[in-house]
Write a protein that binds this ligand. Structure first.
Ligand code: FAD
Length: 387
């Protein structure tokens, strides 16, 4: 019996209908050909403006998202909290382009902070830099390119938005996660995140940056910011993930003929992820972490290291986090065991959340015919209920 084997606990709040929907969904997206064809078809149907949103909403959206607004995500928030699992409301509208869009994303993020300030079930807020600024400007800033007058104005407005969110989180006592993105815009994300940590993490940790351990340079970067935080007296907040843009990173490096920034062997990513966890726990006096992972071995390792270092299970410097609709066997079992668990609950208009849903479909497509862990667990629970 491992730490996550109790399937009954994992699916305690799922009705038979929820299980059947999840079974059909994971069975469909686990087939690479069907998954790719459906993704393509959905994009075309949306482009043709055919009314397919209700179908998406009743299926894949219902499984992976809280709702279209903060208000109608409440049921999901309450359901998770019944199992002492917190929510991070993730406004997942991607691909925004105009200053008005960026201001709307900022206002929406501030609404999530206000909600979190009122509710113990929502311990963090989160945002992405690419929701507050055009991707091309983020890329130029990361490259230290010379900016035009208009771009400089765009940069100023973007920096104001980031600062406003971080200050609002700090004033409201709501810690803020900053998501990691593609490596070619990550330098500016890191630079500004560290600035925000230096400003707001003086006595406690309110701002968290994200490290993607599939990147070959992240362990060295972790050592660098750790020594900087000790030298300059601020606390580090870090969300540790493996990374969501693996294919794109490899493809771009090949196309543009530069050295690939990410590992191409899974075991290298796993090794660095686990080393990063260890380094953070060894420096827990300075670092607060959130392990954003569905990997059982990394989760078990963090649980064991906490135990060995006499860190209480509910110490607020350590959180475990999974995405809504994924790895409930981990979330529910470790929450049941007393650890701090929080789920990313994406929400937003169906059309805007689509890139997020496509990433989830890709992540759950089976490799070489192997059945995904989600599907295996659902089938087991269905069998258990029958017997
Ligand atoms: C709470 C939470 C927050 C997240 N925030 C972010 C974020 O801010 N930015 C972001 O990029 N992602 C983010 N993610 C997504 C996360 O990166 C993916 O869910 C994660 O990569 C899946 O990995 P895993 O740790 O669950 O473990 P596993 O399923 O064991 O690992 C899969 C991952 O390993 C890596 N990998 C796969 N094949 C190879 C290979 N051949 N060589 C090297 N590496 C390989 C890839 O990163 C792949 O995604 C977040 C996830 C969670 C749960």
């Amino acid at each position: 019996m491992t730490k996550f084997d109790n399937i009954k606990v994992a699916f305690a709040d799922k009705s038979n209908l929820d299980l059947t929907r999840a079974h059909l969904l994971f069975k469909t997206i686990s087939n690479p050909i069907i998954s790719k064809s459906l993704t393509f078809l959905v994009k075309i149907l949306l482009w043709l403006r055919l009314p397919i949103s209700p179908i998406i909403k009743a299926t894949v959206f219902k499984h992976f998202c809280g709702g279209t607004t903060i208000e109608n995500s409440q049921n999901v928030i309450d359901k998770l909290w019944k199992s002492h699992i917190g929510t991070i409301l993730d406004y997942s509208a991607e691909g925004k382009q105009t200053e008005t869009d960026f201001n709307n994303v900022m206002e929406e993020t501030i609404r999530t902070i206000k909600k979190s300030e009122r509710e113990v079930s929502i311990p963090f807020s989160v945002f992405k830099f690419s929701g507050l600024c055009s991707f091309s400007l983020l890329e130029k800033m990361s490259n230290n390119d010379i900016l035009s007058e208009k771009e400089n104005l765009g940069k100023e407005m973007f920096l104001n938005r980031v600062e406003k969110i971080c200050k609002f989180g700090y004033d409201s006592k709501v810690p803020i996660f900053i998501d990691a993105e593609e490596s070619w815009i990550q330098d500016i994300i890191d630079e500004i995140s560290v600035k925000m940590m230096k400003k707001f993490n003086i006595h406690e940790t309110w701002i968290f940056n994200t490290l993607q351990l599939y990147r070959k340079d992240r362990l060295a970067y972790l050592h660098k910011i750790l020594s900087d935080s000790r030298k300059n007296n601020y606390f580090l907040g870090l969300k540790l993930v493996r990374g969501a843009y693996h294919e794109q990173e490899i493809k771009r490096a090949k196309e543009m003929n530069y050295s690939c920034p990410v590992f191409t062997k899974k075991e290298d990513t796993d090794r660095d992820y686990n080393l990063a966890i260890k380094l953070c726990i060894d420096n827990i006096d300075r670092i607060s972490i959130c392990a954003g992972t569905h990997n059982e071995k990394s989760t078990a390792l963090l649980m064991d290291l906490m135990n060995e270092s006499n860190i209480l299970k509910n110490d607020k410097r350590v959180y475990f986090s999974q995405l809504l609709g994924m790895s409930d066997h981990i979330s529910y079992n470790i929450s049941n065991d007393g650890f701090n668990v929080v789920k990313y609950v994406p929400y937003g208009p169906v059309k805007d959340v689509l890139p997020y849903l496509i990433r989830r479909a890709k992540e759950n497509t089976s490799i070489a015919g192997q059945m995904g862990r989600e599907l295996t667990n659902i089938i087991e629970e269905k069998k258990r209920r029958k017997s």
